[in-house]
Ligand binder design. Structure first.
Ligand SMILES: Nc1ncnc2c1ncn2[C@@H]1O[C@H](COP(=O)(O)OP(=O)(O)OP(=O)(O)O)[C@@H](O)[C@H]1O
Length: 232
């Protein structure tokens, strides 16, 4: 469960001595229950990425509280956040962010290597997951030898390999054509149903919003509409 309570964030901009506080998120409150898909929608500049960066601990709120799985993470330091992210979060990005010099297998394996999982166990887990996302035959391909949809599958596998309870996604289908987008949305939906993973997805796109249980609308940093539960 992600509990966002009266969260506000301001950026300080300008030269030292003449800095200004720019309020970007204002008193935002909502909950996302475990196993739900939530989308955050809103115009460019409405504060969506700032909200995702707060939920993932890359920036700290100016006011308010953030509680994730009953842990009050609001005042976590960087070390606490790093540990928390590795145990609970997976990330998916619009531009995939795969490492070009690593194969499909090695990109997905990397988080396990960082966690110190022994090689035979890594191999088994990576191959099982590549099978799961339909990429086992592409294990030795490099990112530039894959289509956009296949690259996004690799990045989804990489996000899943540490068995996170929550996946945070920033425009995960933003650079895909419509047909590929629908395939990736099917994959997200089935991972949500089969593994009970919570998804929190930033999007501009109605197709993505259609697979979500909750839609949160941000307008100039304020939650203008938020989240009646929808069965999908
Ligand atoms: N590091 C920063 N310093 C100062 N202002 C910032 C910073 N990051 C974002 N902003 C401002 O905060 C506001 C919200 O930005 P944010 O990136 O959260 O919007 P967004 O809804 O994700 O937009 P988009 O859909 O274009 O990605 C914008 O006015 C932006 O200029």
């Amino acid at each position: 469960m992600i509990e966002v309570k009266n969260l506000s964030h301001s950026f300080r901009v300008g030269k030292k001595g003449t800095e200004k506080e720019i309020p970007v998120l204002k008193n935002v409150t909502f909950n996302i229950k475990q196993g739900e898909i939530a989308t955050i929608v809103g115009r460019s500049g409405s504060g969506k990425s700032t909200l995702l960066n707060l939920i993932s601990g890359y920036i700290s709120p100016t006011e308010g509280e953030l509680i994730i799985h009953e842990n009050n993470v609001t005042n976590f330091n960087e070390k606490e956040w790093a540990k928390f992210r590795l145990s609970h979060f997976g990330f998916i990005f619009q531009s995939f962010q795969l490492i070009p010099s690593l194969t499909t297998f090695e990109n997905v394996e990397l988080p396990l290597t960082l966690k110190g999982v022994p090689s035979p166990e890594r191999k088994k887990q990576v191959m099982d997951l590549l099978q799961n996302v339909g990429l086992h035959e592409h294990a030795s391909h490099y990112p530039n030898e894959l289509s956009g949809g296949q690259q996004q599958r690799v990045s989804i596998a990489r996000a899943l390999i540490t068995k996170p309870s929550i996946i945070l996604a920033d425009e995960p289908t933003g650079s895909l054509d419509t047909e590929t987008e629908l395939e990736i949305l099917d994959l997200i939906r089935s991972l949500n149903l089969e593994k009970g993973i919570t998804f929190c997805i930033i999007t501009h796109d109605d197709e993505v919003a259609k697979i979500s249980n909750h839609q949160f609308h941000l307008q100039d940093g304020v939650l203008s509409k938020g989240g009646a539960f929808v069965e999908v």
